[in-house]
Design a protein around this ligand. Structure first.
Ligand code: IDP
Ligand code: MG
Length: 138
């Protein structure tokens, strides 16, 4: 079974969208096998998004991601990396397909409610960034 990392970003948590996002996973046969709420420091957000450190939006993105609590989850399921990306919708909510989380709830390209790993390599790095093996059930 494949695993991926999901984050409900600070905008999703502060706007009361935790239950909405989780219910979409549960309705789509995606199993949550680890979950916690954390408030990242700027340094932790920079570490998580190190792959984007040369991008012009890196400073703003890491400010945003450390601006409030987030919910981090490990999701499990058949093809869960691509299935989760499909439920999330495109990075820019204006391009996101109708019915996706970002189309329904995002307010800016940056404040787009959810994060999801985009490959098996990024999933392995991102799960290990937040969870140790004792924190993952299943
Ligand atoms: P993804 O979250 O769909 O995988 P990435 O390209 O990995 O998108 O970008 C990571 C995050 O950085 C996005 O989810 C969004 O919050 C932010 N972001 C991406 N592109 C831009 C941009 O052009 N301006 C501002 N923020 C951006
Ligand atoms: Mg990405």
């Amino acid at each position: 079974m494949e695993k991926t990392l999901s984050i409900i970003k600070p905008d999703g948590v502060s706007r009361g969208l935790i239950g909405e996002v989780i219910s979409r996973f549960e309705k789509n046969k995606i199993k949550i096998i680890a979950m916690k709420m954390i408030h990242m420091t700027k340094i932790q957000a920079q570490g998580f998004y190190a792959v984007h450190k040369e991008r012009p939006f890196f400073g703003s993105l890491t400010d945003f991601m450390s601006s409030g609590p987030v919910v981090v989850m490990v999701l499990e399921g058949d093809k869960v990396i691509s299935n989760n990306r499909e439920l999330m919708g495109a990075t820019n909510y204006k391009d996101a397909a109708p019915g996706t989380i970002r189309a329904d709830f995002a307010t800016e390209i940056e404040k787009n409610v959810v994060h999801g790993s985009d490959s098996p390599q990024s999933a392995a790095f991102e799960i290990g960034f937040f969870f140790n093996s004792f924190e993952i059930a299943g």
